[in-house]
Design a protein around this ligand. Structure first.
Ligand code: EPZ
Length: 429
């Protein structure tokens, strides 16, 4: 088993580059199933466990995939086996993203029900409801979703609540459907925009991405195309907190600042200076630009945080900002409105000396003078990043086990921190 060992107290400095966005690359790779011909060449693909999983999924279906560092070439012309087996889906619930494309292009799918995960039940009822509105027949048996459809039909779909992969699944179902689909109360995350731009390049007719209503007019076929995945806004936000918590001064060379509004304003309110070192291009706002982060004052401010769908403060940054707030004098109240069980990092932070009280979906954080290094255990992807950030600031040594959680969403995280001056290493026990 691998662990990450970090000795706190170093001020980070230097430059870091974030990888391609995991939560954009996953739907983009699923979308290549829609191409009847041609090759999709994807650039800036991050080297992550979850990416390996979805590649295995598509290869198992018969897609032809060649891989080089940061690059993927995928042809789905020969796909025949429309299945996503439990063995793979259980390791990555985002595998559900193949359901829409399989039904759209092949009219059939057998996808293992993604179980819940550490942070919540993660139901997919809204995915299913939307697909049934488009004419799919969906049954669930022996833990598998069995879907059947002739050509899907455009529908007017209103999501009861905002769902990121639900919006993505139905976008991918609608692009080959007969007629027009309206997705109302659609998710507005930047990764949704990345997917819409990719689908349009494949030949889809989509408008309204990034707004509450996405309108898709089905076409008869789609072709592979070339595309560059946007930089990972959550990895960028994580390094912003790393600079703040270590009282460092770093430059992120490719931060998608236009996609980080909710995070930047919160960190500025806390007292970090986040300085763009270049203009971002209006026509490609999701591209990264160099950004410098350091504390504006030594007297950082406690404040309240409420996670919300985009463009609000992202739930995927909740563990990271909580870690920073544990060391800021005063009381901060964190409300986690998206997932029902996303405070598991609290118990580990408490073992490092943090003063946090959890009441349902609310955590009350009272700043302490210092955290002390301790053996801790990662429980989920973003919690693991938060615990490492705590280790950067804690007195003494922190040893974090279950590093596989971290590797799902961060590529070479400890090496990037080491290059910024952290005393950190990965060990195998
Ligand atoms: C996506 O998950 C992300 N994953 C998550 O990132 C992210 O935390 C989440 O969106 C919220 O931003 C990917 O994009 C691969 P949701 P998703 O559907 O789509 C409820 C990470 O760390 N819901 O937007 O699964 C659901 O229970 C991961 O990178 C239903 O009730 O999240 C939750 O309470 C973690 N029924 C809320 O909606 C449904 O059919 C939002 O979930 C679907 C969702």
């Amino acid at each position: 088993m691998e662990s990450i060992v970090v000795k706190g107290g170093r001020k980070l400095s230097g430059e870091v580059t974030v990888g391609g966005a995991k939560n954009s690359a996953l739907p983009l790779i699923a979308a290549t199933l829609l191409a009847e011909s041609g090759v999709s060449r994807l650039e800036n693909i991050p080297d992550l466990r979850d990416i390996n999983t979805i590649i295995r999924l598509l290869a198992g279906m018969g897609a032809a995939i060649t891989r080089a560092p940061g690059r993927l070439e995928i042809s789905s012309a020969e796909v025949t086996d429309c299945q996503a087996p439990y063995e793979l889906v259980k390791t990555m619930r985002a595998s559900i993203l193949v359901l829409g494309p399989l039904l759209a292009r092949f009219g059939k799918a057998r996808v293992s029900l993604p179980g819940g995960c550490a942070i919540g039940a993660r139901p997919i009822n809204l995915h299913i409801k939307g697909l049934e509105q488009m004419g799919a027949k969906i049954e669930v048996e022996h833990g598998y979703i069995i879907g059947r459809a002739g050509r899907l039909k455009g529908a007017d779909i209103s999501f009861d609540l905002t769902t990121v992969t639900g919006t993505e699944n139905l976008m991918m179902a609608a692009v080959l459907a007969e007629g027009t689909t309206h997705l109302r109360n659609a998710a507005r995350e930047p990764e949704i925009i990345d997917l819409a731009v990719f689908l349009r390049k494949m030949g889809a007719q989509i408008e309204g991405e990034g707004s509450h209503t996405i309108i898709i007019t089905g076409v008869d076929k789609l072709n592979g195309c070339d595309y560059q995945v946007m930089p990972d806004r959550i990895e960028a936000g994580t390094f912003m907190v790393a600079a703040g918590i270590s009282d460092g001064d770093i430059v992120i060379k490719n931060a998608p600042l236009a996609a980080l509004g909710g995070v930047v304003s919160k960190l500025q309110d806390i007292g970090l200076e986040i300085e763009p070192l270049a203009e971002f291009s209006e026509d490609k706002p999701l591209n990264g630009i160099p950004v410098r982060i350091r504390r504006q004052t030594s007297d950082l401010q406690a404040l309240d945080v409420k996670t919300m769908p985009y463009p609000g403060f992202p739930t995927d940054m909740q563990a990271q900002i909580m870690t920073l707030l544990t060391l800021i004098k005063g009381t901060s109240v964190i409300s986690e409105t998206i997932f029902e069980n996303r405070f598991m990092h609290v118990f580990e932070l408490q073992r490092m000396g943090a003063d946090i009280e959890v009441d349902g979906r609310t955590a009350i954080v009272r700043g302490v003078e210092k955290l002390s290094g301790a053996p801790v255990m990662a429980s989920d992807l973003r919690a693991s990043a938060g615990l490492i950030l705590a280790g950067l600031a804690a007195e003494g040594e922190t040893v974090m086990s279950r590093v596989y959680h971290l590797d799902r969403g961060y590529s070479g995280f400890e090496n990037k921190l080491k290059k910024l001056g952290a005393d950190i290493k990965r060990i195998t026990e």
